[in-house]
Design a protein around this ligand. Structure first.
Ligand code: AMP
Length: 222
């Protein structure tokens, strides 16, 4: 049995976090916990909570910390995450979220194995986001350069592959600006605790996955 892992993946929007987190979750047999996917699922379900989250998402704004922290706490307390670990994608994004995560994992006796910064510069990120397409059912990520095999129908589940509603130019710029201001400081924060590795996000998805797995496995063997 493959040992589990507790991982946080940071990186600008467009770095390929979603794609790599899905692959890492499969590799280590742990749940992929994407706060963006959780919010999109509640928007789709039309819940009260989803309607509130949607206002922030469409404007490219961050959902308030206390809401996001509550959602993550609930997810990480579930049995699969407790037993095997998790790949956290899109969380934490602010100092308050990082501190809340630290406290929650400390309380549960589940320390992080590693935090990874998937590095990409802003120009490449903008280009990738404009090209990004996503399955509206299972959230598998494609691009105009790597479309599904048949007519924008997801290879994985047959769902419709579309451009994300919040991948407009204005919302993308707002998300990247928030990343620079609020999330970049977390990279130093984790680095000071010796729990950060930087990985180059440029390359084929298979190459990037190999780099990630090798960094994670060597850290787990330390
Ligand atoms: P993502 O799929 O990670 O790009 O997230 C899509 C949207 O969900 C973001 O633009 C935010 O509005 C919201 N969101 C996701 N994760 C967080 C988070 N950790 N903190 C605040 N808002 C978030």
């Amino acid at each position: 049995m493959v040992p589990g892992a507790r991982l946080v993946i940071l990186g600008r929007q467009g770095a390929g976090k979603g794609t790599q987190c899905m692959r890492l979750a499969r590799h280590y047999v742990v749940p992929h916990v994407s706060t963006g996917d959780i919010f999109r699922a509640s928007v789709k379900a039309g819940s009260e909570f989803g309607l509130r989250a949607e206002e922030y998402m469409l404007a490219g704004k961050l959902v308030p910390d206390e809401i996001v922290v509550g959602v993550v706490r609930e997810r990480l307390c579930q049995r699969d995450a407790r037993a095997r670990g998790f790949v956290l994608d899109g969380f934490p994004r602010t100092a308050a979220q990082a501190e809340a995560l630290d406290e929650m994992l400390g309380d549960e006796g589940m320390p992080l194995d590693l935090t990874i910064d998937l590095e990409i510069d802003e120009e490449d990120a903008l280009r990738r986001l404009a090209d990004r397409r996503v399955c509206s059912t299972c959230a598998t990520i494609y691009s105009t350069a790597r479309p599904p095999a048949i007519d924008w129908t997801c290879d994985n589940c047959g769902g419709e592959v579309v451009q994300r509603q919040d991948d407009t130019e204005d919302a993308i710029r707002k998300r990247l600006a928030d990343y620079n201001e609020l999330t970049t400081p977390l990279i130093d924060w984790y680095e000071k605790r010796d729990s950060l590795v930087r990985i180059d996000a440029i390359g084929s998805p298979d190459d990037v996955l190999r780099r990630l797995v090798s960094a994670i496995d060597s850290r787990k063997l330390r």
